[in-house]
Design a binder for this molecule. Sequence first.
Ligand code: FAD
Length: 458
Amino acid sequence: MTISKLVESLTAKLSPAASVLTDPASDEFKAALERWTELDLETPGAVVLVSSEEDIVQTVKLAIEHGIPFVPKSGGHSQWSTIGSEGIIIDLSNYKNVIVNKSAQTVQIQGGVVNREVIEALYVEGLCTSLGGGNTIGTIPQGIGGGICALTKLCGTTSDNILSARMVTAAGSIITVDDSTPDLLWALKGAGQFFGLVTELTLRTYPLSILGMDDGSVYTGTFIFDIPQVGEVTKLAHQFMNVKDHNSAVLAVVTLNPQLQKPCFLLMCIYFGPAIEAEKFLEPFKALSPMMAVGSMVDYTNINDSMDPFTVKGDYKCFNLAGVPRFDPAPWQGIAESFVELTKAFPDIKMGGYGFEWTTGKQKEIELDSVWAHRDLQFWVENLSWYTDESSGEGVQKAAEETLAKATRHCKAEEIHHYQNFSRHDSLESRFGEEIVEKLRRLKKKWDPKGVFTKQLL
Ligand SMILES: Cc1cc2nc3c(=O)[nH]c(=O)nc-3n(C[C@H](O)[C@H](O)[C@H](O)COP(=O)(O)OP(=O)(O)OC[C@H]3O[C@@H](n4cnc5c(N)ncnc54)[C@H](O)[C@@H]3O)c2cc1C
């Protein structure tokens, strides 16, 4: 069947609020293609903007029956929710509802919901849960791909908190995934994209008091240092990384100062506890004379706001992460200087940069039976290539790879992990570990033997 025939059959079956976009020149089509990154962005044969679970089921069913490939799209922050003219995008952006069940301490989330919307709905009910570092990231994709965030030590990853899901399978049927299908539930906790289209997810939630303050406020602080200070600040950061008696999360990145567009070293900290404790905890950084230091208590709803400059859509961007068991501060002054050189060679570089992140505090004991394979890791080293001229891609990304190699050179190859939410190209073993991959392969054969939801794992 051709896409135009599929569109014809679909249009008769979809609910009145749904729509199918087929004209790439139209404003709606262009808006539906907006992504966090334009890297490898393709133009699909059609975009189906669904508005109910039944719309999703009908679209998947017809696409499978007629052999038309498709990809779901939620918040649009990955490189993978795109497809060429041979296929269609099932756009979930208008299928969004959040239902909080306060007495059961759970939240039900539909396919197009983004993190900020869940956080706000939970906050008014005095609840919170583990949701990652970007307000506009699709909650379901993030959760079924893992979901690390500032709260991971307090209540696990997003995937640890998945209780059940509604999912369209590769056979085109809608099923409930819960304790009655324990293997599939396990697979959705970190490798969900390989098994189906999740229309709805139910997550466990927690009282706001787990954040260290009964009113659900958290301390956020930002420090900006000059490039020559990177070595000294990184050495200090290294001393902080294994602290067990304070819960905090820090992202440190050599980037462009958002206001001045000049290279700088940015430290973004979240501290769980009163401002007075936070300021004492962070005092050693202040003592290193940053160019800027600000901090205040904010509502839980604003916990991810410092990431907003990094989540904007458009331009060419590529995130690479490597998880390591030990951190080495030694190469970071050199890495910072190489970023400065890179911005001179490629003046179209926008923020982005090279960085690392860690959390402190004691890890809450988490039920270990999930696909999440990185529990022993303490640190993530990361780089974000971000440029506006497509021709800069090769040079900027080559530099990013070299930096990641420098930042992880103290670890053996088998100690370096990759993370499903940021990679579809690193080996499956480095994303999940050998034993988990073996089990995932068996489940893939059972649930998606023809590779409707990518051929990976087959
Ligand atoms: C700036 C930034 C910060 C980030 N911070 C974090 C972080 O702190 N922690 C973390 O864990 N991750 C983080 N991520 C990674 C992010 O969680 C993943 O890229 C996530 O998959 C993006 O989801 P999305 O809905 O926005 O993207 P999309 O591109 O819409 O979807 C991502 C993938 O999921 C598929 N998909 C979409 N909807 C569904 C569905 N309903 N069922 C099945 N598959 C579906 C898509 O086809 C695609 O393969 C970050 C990413 C960025 C860009």
